[in-house]
Design a protein around this ligand. Structure first.
Ligand code: OFO
Length: 171
């Protein structure tokens, strides 16, 4: 049974995915502007923006498959763009990590709701997002740890910028 309640919550999630895509995009643009030489880092963020868009699309296709449709896109409940700014790369990845942790909580909430509503199709569908969030949290934390370790060392940043090109594919 694809309840109204589940549909409403899945639509909220697809707006969060859309906002995540925009967040990664704005971060990529900021890094490119501030650190033009760090192409590995900003391309990672540009690529990830596309990935978040695919997460949104996956939700839209699922809603349609279950007989619903999506006719509007809204700001999520924690719309962040009005006040977002960064003072360093470390600060940017720190904010990104916090953002991904918030998304994980929302996915957990959806899983719980699908069980409560006895919607096992949705429960099954959401397992992909559970896996994805584990991977994303690990990935962003790994990047954050490395950037914290490097600090202001330009040589270290240069090497990491090179490293992240493979790092992304491997994770
Ligand atoms: Fe950042 O992950 Fe979507 O769900």
């Amino acid at each position: 049974m694809f309840s109204k309640k589940i549909q409403v919550e899945l639509k909220k999630q697809l707006n969060r995915e859309l906002e995540s895509s925009q967040l990664y995009l704005s971060m990529a643009s900021w890094v490119e502007y501030k650190y033009g030489g760090l192409d590995g880092i900003y391309n990672f963020l540009y690529d990830h923006s596309d990935e978040e868009r695919r997460h949104m699309l996956k939700l839209i296709k699922y809603i349609n498959k279950r007989g619903g449709y999506v006719d509007n896109f809204n700001k999520s409940e924690y719309y962040i763009f009005e006040k977002i700014s960064y003072n360093s790369l470390m600060n940017l990845f720190h904010k990104l990590f916090e953002h991904e942790k918030k998304i994980s909580l929302e996915i957990n909430f959806l899983v719980e709701l699908s069980l409560h509503e006895k919607d096992f199709f949705t429960y099954n569908f959401l397992q992909w997002y559970v896996e994805e969030q584990i991977e994303e949290e690990v990935l962003i934390k790994k990047i954050l740890d490395k950037i914290e370790l490097i600090g202001e060392d330009k040589g270290g940043l240069y090497l990491f910028n090179h490293d992240i090109k493979n790092f992304y594919q491997k994770n």
